[in-house]
Every structure is written in structure tokens, then in C-alpha cells.
Design a protein around this ligand. Sequence first.
Ligand SMILES: [Zn+2]
Length: 727
Amino acid sequence: MALSFVGNVVITVIVLGVISGTSATFSLKNKDNTDDHEDEQAKQFPRSEPEADSSYEVGVGIADMTGPCVEITFMGYAELGQSGEGIHLRQFSRAFIFSKGNTRVVLVTAEVQAVGIAVRRQVVKNLQERYGDMYSLRNVIITGTHTHSTPGGYLVDFILDVSILGFSKETFNAYVDGITRSIVRAHENMVPARLVFAQTKVKNAHKNRSRYSYNNNPAEERARYETNTDDLLTQVRIEKADGSLHGVMNWFSVHTTSMNMTNKLVSSDNLGYAALRMEKELNPSNLPGKPDIVAGFFSSSLGDVSPNTRGARCEFSNEECDHQFLLCAAQERCFSKGPGEDMFESTRIIGTKVFEGAMEALRSPGEELRGDLAVVHQFVEMSQEVVPKYDPIKKTFNTNEPVRGCFPALGYSFASGTIDGANTLNITQGTLQGNPLLDIVGGIVARPTADDVECHAPKPILLATGRANFPIPWHPHIISLSLIWLGDLAIVGVPGEPTTMSGRRMKAVVGDVMQRRGFKPRVVISGLTNEYIHYVTTYEEYQVQRYEAASTIYGPNTLDIMLNKFSEFTVAAIEKGDVPPGREPADNRAHTLSLILPVIADNPPVRRRFGDVIAQPPAVVPRGTTVTATFVGANPRNDLKQEESHAVVQRLELGRWIDVANDADWDTRFYWKRLSTIAGTSEVRFSWRVPETAQSAPHRVEYRGAARSLFGRITHFTAQTDSFSIQ
Ligand SMILES: [Zn+2]
């Protein structure tokens, strides 16, 4: 059948390739509560002097958006075998709403690989049903943190869902529900607030994984910067009128790929850890995901930036490798490793550095943002754009040298992956000549036209995705570009992953416009915004065609088109003008395909019931060790338990069992294992590393399951282990 054949071919290509490469409210000052603790905190964090009239109304909200944690392939590494087997960290959506005068804007950071137009469109539709036309695609800006350890199948563009085996309605609905709920919560707690801008450098938390490409940028341009990564953490803190903290937004450039492609537990990775850590610090008594003060972490110029600071090594020989000049032996994979002993440790180390940077910024006096609020948004059809070329040395647009965008296409080095994802075929990065095998595979899918070949040169086209429309377009043709003017801070919304120098050029262009009009050049790049378009490299980086360049899908001038647009958007924001809205992309959700199987039925094994404890924890558990319990299980896809938990650790307190650690906690891991597909039997394991702070009172593990009958009826059940004591 044509369909499955095309499907298999595409899946083969993707397998060959790799797509990646808390309620004690902490207060700064609280009028109603002046106990010692509050005073201590007020001393610790400086606050700007409150004024009688705060100029903005700001709302913050967090919601659980965890998708189906088992059986669905993760989005990011495009490893077909990397489907979920449980949860390490839950996925959260954090929303911030700003309003001033007649302008309102929503900014969301969602713990997923990226967010596309399909999810955003449904979120906006949900908001419009509640609040009318207050919210639209124009002012609801949604970003992804780029974690590679969360379920996929929700982006709709064919090639972005193909490694997941197509569209996953479960994932899509989970993300839409969670993101919507976070915005509704933010909408409902809007209060007068002040905004404070701060920046700090975070050292040793990342490294450039494509130095060879970076070094192809002009020497004069490189000489302007001390480092080949952007190590600046940018923060906006939101203070209520009484000076207490309402929320914090942070931007930092790092790939959320501390968890590697062997991981099968849902995880928000290093930025997720940083967010949980900061929320715990600001809301010490709250459980993970239930803070009052919300701390959002946004991705930034992360395209060529890896958290795996030990660099790339051959799998067995441990020799240095780079996919280009230093190759490993045949059958030996080259991938990079983090600073830790294992990927969990690496996630914690990188996340801690980012968290510490954010706390340092929070303690700094900062500068108050007092200006206007504006949002400029446009849908741009990339292949139709002709713009003046940008000169990075003179920092000017050359109107005598028009350049154009291309129909989307991926180059050969896309299939070779990056050091953040294993290169299973050892295709070298920088491949400029076609590989016959890939020629056949790529050629079947869609032939590039002569114009595509010329437009993308020197990229050898592996997949002419812009020419493939079956069953739906494979890649976005029309993309969403945005710029938020947040009180004289420009937040540049880039769909996809800008490299370090791409981000720097965007900052330079937007900053120049600001400076010429008398503003301080405060610019922050927000990556993975509103759409997923793979990478954005500079023209010079594009010429050497490493992974990031091969994945710059609109050709060598992708960045220059964006630079022209962001320059225009900045002028519009400052002059209170606007830009034409552009043509909204078609909604293809009704025409998606899926090979993802639903849950058929759950059954306990013979003479067992759901929740029966198969392995009890020991009677006494020392602090610092890990305790594990195993139950007769049911498929967690039957109930995603958003805002709840598949399992918890409880402590006996005054005769009542209270939850002390849920499945979103860093110290817990929830595993689900299918025993028999035919019988529908499965097992659940929940482990908890007992913290040094754990009390000696009796503890137990509770499993909260949901089983499905053959006729689709869902039955909820709970089960507890025997109690154990801690010493
Ligand atoms: Zn990436």
C-alpha cells in the first residue's frame, strides 16, 4: 500500500537521522505578615520601592500538562524505540499575562520539545469560548523548553509527527488542556504589578557543539564576543504592589538534552529541574507543580549549545569525536556526555547552575521596566520573501543585494544527527555530496525542483519536504514571528532553534533600532516560539552544512528574512504601529494519520487484583537510600492524572496519611511495564530516594491506578503498601 510504503520510507529516514541534534508564600515584603522569616527574606532579596500606582496588571499561572507517559514515542531524538515507560518529572505549563491600557499579551513556557500552530490554535479557541476576543493567535505566544523526553505526536506537520508514528490525539489533548488551564489561572489572578529586569552570567552550564560552524562567522564579528555561547541569563521578576513576588521569568540558552536518547521516563530535563528548584526555594511548603510564585524558564539561542559539557566521545574507545574530522570506528556511536556520572546527575548539575544564576539575578537590584506594552505578530510565508541581505560587519541591510527564502527542505547532514544524539550510521557532518542510499530514500518522498536545489545551495537536499503534501504538508510553509515589547524590553519570538550567532545578530539588529530611538538595547531571544521549524543558522554557518545548517529548512537566508522582520517589528512596537497580519496557515488537523494503537484492555494476572502489592518495601529504610514498591498495574494512559499523581509517598501525621512526595518529585520515579499484550497485564513500580530531611514517622507508598475494560469502561482504584519506618 502506497501509504504504508511512504510511511516506512519516511520512518527509515528518521531512524537513520536524528531530529536533535509551592502554600507558604515567599514574600519579598508582606504587609500582613511580618514574622522573622519574612523579615529575613526581605533582607535577602532587595526590592524596588513600591509606588502608589503600579502600571501593569500581571497574572501568573501554572498547570500540569503531562501527556501519556507510556507507549508514545518521545519527540526530539527521533528514536523510534524511545517511547515512554513512566515519569521522572511531570510536564508543566507556566503562563504569564501582561496588560496595560488596551494591550494584553500572554507568554507561556511549556515543557515540551516545541509548540506548533495546531496546539496554539486550540488553546486560543478554548480561551475565546471563555473570554471572547480578548485572546487571539496574535497575542497568545507559546514557547517550548525543548525537552527531548516528553511524548510527541502533537505538532501535526507530517514529518514532525512521523517518528511518533503519526498524530497522537492523547498527547495533543493533554497539552492543550494543560496550557489552557495555566492561562486561565493566570487570567484569574491578575494584580497590579511592577516588572524588574536583571541579567547574570551562568558559567560552565553549556558548550558550543558546532564550533566549526561558529568559527565560519566573520572573525571581526566573532571578536565582538568573549565566548562562543551566549551565557547570559535574562530575567524579568514580577512584583506585586506591596513588593511581594508574584512570578519570575528567565531565559537561558541551553539544549534541554541532559537526558539522552536512552531515557524512557518523561522528564522536563535541566530547565525543568531549574524551574522546580526555584519554585521550591520561593514556595518552601508546596508540592512540586503547586507553587503560588511561579518561576518560568524559557529557551533562548540554544541551536548550537549543548548541556553535555564533557563533549563528544566514541561509545567504546572513549576517544574524542565530532562527526566530521574525528570519526569513531564503524558501528561505534559518537555522542556527548554531561558533567554527571549519569544523565540524571547531569540534569541536576546543569539545572542547578541555571537555578543558581536565576537566584543571583533575583537578588540583584535590577532595573525597573516602566515603558509601554505592545505585541507585534505576523504570519510569514518564507518561500515568498525577498529581503535585503544583512551585513554582519557593517550591521546594515544591503538593498542592492536582495536575497530570498526557499520552500522547506532538509539537507543530508540532518540525517547524521549531532553530538547530542547518536549518529547511528556514522554519516559525517558536513556531507556535501549525496549518499546513494539516501538519494533513493529521499527521492521517493518528493523530488526537489531545480529551483529548490539552487535556492538551498550549497545544501544537498535529502528531503524536499516543502514539495511533499501527502497526506498533509510535511513542514510549515507559513511561520509565526512575534515581538513583545514589555516595558522597553524586546522579547523576540523565534520559531525554531537559533544558533548563538543567529541570536546575537537578532539582538544586534533589534538593539540598534532601540538605541537609534533613544532606548537602552534590552533584547532577549525566545526560541521555540509558536512553531517548530528546526534550526536557524547564519549564512556563514550554513555554508559548512553541519547538522544545524542542514536543518535550516528555508535555505541560507532564513536568518536574514527574520532580521528584516524583527527590525520592522521593533519600529512598529516603538511607534505604536502594526504590521500586516499575514495569511494564517491552513488547519490540517482533520487530515492527520496515526498508527498509534489505543489501550485495548487491562487485566490483572490470575488470582490477583489491580493494585495488589507484588513487592513490599522493607520495614525500615535508611535516609539517603531508595525504597521501591511494585504493584499489579493498569495502563497509565487510561488517566493521565494531570494535577494529580499516579503514585505518592505518604506519611502518617496525627492519624492521617498525608502526601509527602508525588510522581513529579525529583526523588521519585514511576515505572510502568507491560507483562503481556494479549492478556493485558502490567506492573507498576514506584521508587523514592529518601531525603536526608525525611521524618521518622511511618511512611507508605500509595498507587492510584485506572484500569480499562474491553468495552472501554475506566475503573479507578487505589492501593497501599505496608508502612515502613525511616532511620
Ligand atoms: Zn534542538
